[in-house]
Ligand binder design. Sequence first.
Ligand code: FEO
Length: 169
Amino acid sequence: MDKRVHELLNQQINKELYSAYLYLDFSNYFKRVGLDGFANWYMIQAQEERDHAMLFYQYLQNESQVVTLEAIAKPDKELNSHMDVLLAGLEHERYVTSLIHDIYSAAYDVRDFRTMQFLDWFVKEQGEEETNANDMITKMELFGSDPKSLYMLNQELAARVYTAPSLVL
Ligand code: FEO
């Protein structure tokens, strides 16, 4: 495997684990303010990010490439309001999308078609993640200031259940 592609794929394990850590912090915020449904939603989001990390980990191992695990950074977002959390989520997903595109671009440059095919799932997934983050913001804008509506929204998010990723390696 090309050195740069390998390096970026390996880094992505860390980025996805950081994403899990960040969403755990979001879940923690909502638990603290008594919105258990939001806390549940972000807890499941954190689980999905751990799955993403494992997919990169497994892909490298399947390709007989060395995996190097680095330290996971402390979540660095200032969370002072519900909307802060949701905006931080969207900003973070856009950043992750840019990382996936960078790896794709590096793989494209060296005609690494297998890595490009592996990344196709993530390109689509990032589209969904950004849509979800945007939807959360829209809903909070619409309902966030009315306690009864916020309660209903919280109930809706409490219903989210974990499903394993559709990508199997
Ligand atoms: Fe692993 Fe939310 O992207």
